[in-house]
Write a protein that binds this ligand. Structure first.
Ligand SMILES: CC(=O)SCCNC(=O)CCNC(=O)[C@H](O)C(C)(C)COP(=O)(O)OP(=O)(O)OC[C@H]1O[C@@H](n2cnc3c(N)ncnc32)[C@H](O)[C@@H]1OP(=O)(O)O
Length: 170
């Protein structure tokens, strides 16, 4: 299968924060942001694989900044590494300043999606070829994150997570 670049899967969703989507402090409810990120990541995984994709794992989420009611929020997702049937998706969340229009980073997350056939069985996806420095950095670290996620899910023995272990040994 021919390799694809992260740019080919990049997906941008921009939407407002409405009153029904906020918590008692009038900030965006965490679950609503998770859903928006899942939708953007799912489209990115589909664009990369051109297959049915399912969320296998939410590997990391950081709610670093509260997002107030009325904000314009942009969720940007792209495949950061493709393995055999799984894809790591990196998601950046930006909030736009009303007056200046300047975007600032509010949150980020990392999801894993798996491409499946009509029966739900995993199928192979094209490899990913990173281009920019940031894409290369995310690509390099993705294998360690996959191993950590599999160890936490009880699907890999810690002593088999070679690249992850090397982080602590060097
Ligand atoms: C878009 C949506 O929101 S869909 C709704 C929510 N998601 C779902 O319903 C998915 C339900 N889960 C499933 O269908 C299955 O568990 C699947 C398809 C995700 C995985 O199926 P499995 O039988 O575990 O398949 P298998 O063990 O071969 O794993 C498939 C791939 O997923 C990876 N994987 C599985 N679990 C994890 C995990 N927790 N973290 C990271 N990667 C994982 C495996 O490493 C493997 O990757 P590779 O093929 O690239 O090496």
């Amino acid at each position: 299968m021919q390799a694809k670049h992260p740019e080919e899967s990049r997906t941008t969703l921009t939407d407002l924060v409405l009153p029904s989507e906020t918590n008692p402090l009038n900030n965006l409810f965490g679950g609503e942001l998770l859903a928006r990120m899942d939708r953007a990541a799912s489209i990115a995984a589909r664009r990369h694989s051109r297959r049915i994709v399912v969320t296998a794992s939410v590997n990391h989420v950081a709610f670093n900044k509260a997002v107030p009611l009325g904000s314009v929020v942009t969720v940007e997702a792209a495949v950061s590494r493709a393995f055999k049937s799984s894809m790591e998706i990196f998601i950046d969340v930006w909030v736009e300043d009303r007056e200046s229009g300047k975007r600032s980073k509010a949150n980020e997350a990392i999801y894993t999606f798996v491409a499946v056939d009509e029966t739900g069985s995993p199928v192979a996806v094209p490899p990913l070829e990173p281009e920019t420095d940031l894409e290369k950095e995310r690509y390099e670290a993705a294998l360690r994150r996959k191993q950590l996620s599999l160890v936490l899910a009880g699907k890999m023995k810690p002593n088999e997570a070679t690249e992850l272990k090397a982080l602590f040994e060097n």
